[in-house]
Every structure is written in structure tokens, then in C-alpha cells.
Design a protein around this ligand. Sequence first.
Ligand SMILES: N[C@@H](CCC(=O)N[C@@H](CS)C(=O)NCC(=O)O)C(=O)O
Length: 202
Amino acid sequence: MLRIHGIARSRAFRCIWAAEEAGLAYEVEPLGFAGGFRLERSLDINPNNKIPALEDGSLVLFESLAINLHIAGKAGAPLMPSGDDASRVLQWTLWAATEAEPHVMRWAYNAYLKPAAERIPAEAAAGKEALDARLAVLEGELAKRPFLVGDAFTVADLNVAGVLYGAWLNGYDLAPFPKVKAWLDTCLNRPAAKRARAQREG
Ligand SMILES: N[C@@H](CCC(=O)N[C@@H](CS)C(=O)NCC(=O)O)C(=O)O
């Protein structure tokens, strides 16, 4: 049984979604926030003291997207393809973490996450400008194929869409990127994604 530490209203959402896609048994240890962005108690199994963390037997992992690669690896194809496509999955996962997520968060903190009085519109605008440049890259790739790796949904789609989920849900203007919007709509309305979203949005 997988044990995911972290409430669905956090980056643990991605791991819950991955467990749902993989069809693996899991339980959620609902560690959340004390107010603001601090955890309500420390999470000793993660030396970073952040959520999510995963326990899978004696294996303990942190980093949401690495956790998802582990979960997908247990499920195998099509969620985790093999050969060159496994390298493409890694490429997109690192792209999500390094190219997309910092700008998603810069926009999100200043668009809806922080209390209104603490938001800085110029920061939101800078985050949006940088994220738009990355979404243009995604738009170009999605013009070539329906999913990021091959013709089927993989954990590459899950990891990139998981990083973009908060923006998608909170009114980010995707009109200039119609292929990204259609792809996000498809990914985030998969049955497994809907089951994970129900834990967060319900
Ligand atoms: N890169 C990490 C980021 C984890 C992270 O920042 N989690 C937030 C919640 S979504 C957290 O635990 N914040 C509490 C804190 O930073 O003290 C991952 O993807 O797992």
C-alpha cells in the first residue's frame, strides 16, 4: 500500500492523481497547513520538511514529480513507457520542475494564493510573461502530437499537467495557447484525474 503524506490541496494532488492512474492501492496521510504556507506539523520522513512524501514499504521518497516517476514505473506501460520514450518522460518531468513550475508559482502566489493585500501585481505579470514563453514551447510540441510522448497519455503528461493544474483551475489566460488548453482539458478530465480532483475541489 502506497502512503502519500500531504493533503490533496497541495502538490500531493499530483501523486494522488498518479496513484489513481496507476490503479495502485494508496492512502493519504492528510498533513496540511497551519495557516499561510507552513505545515501544521513537521514531516520527519522528509528531510526538507515538505509535502508530499511517499512511503512504499521501506522506500521513502520526496519530490512530487520523482514520486510520480516511481509510481508510474510500478505500473509500467503505457503510463511509463520504455526505451527512448522513458528518456522523453524524464526530459518533460525536468522541464516541468525547472522551466514551468517556478513561473507558475510566481504567478500563483501573486494572483490567488497569497492574501489579497500581500499580492504584488508586477510579480504576477512577470511570472505570467515567463510562463507564457514556456507555454509557447508546449503549444509547438502539441501541434506535432496529441500527447507529450508518443500517441498516448503518459506520466510526462501527468507531471507537466500536474504543474499547470493550479493555473488551469484559477483562471490563467490560456486563450493564446489553444492546443495547451485542449490538452490540459483532456488530461485533467481523465477519470483518474477527476477522482483526484474530487479530493481537492470537492
Ligand atoms: N519541489 C517540491 C516542493 C514541495 C513543496 O514546496 N511543498 C509545499 C506544499 S505544496 C510545502 O510543503 N510547503 C511547506 C513549507 O515549505 O514549509 C515537490 O515538488 O515536492
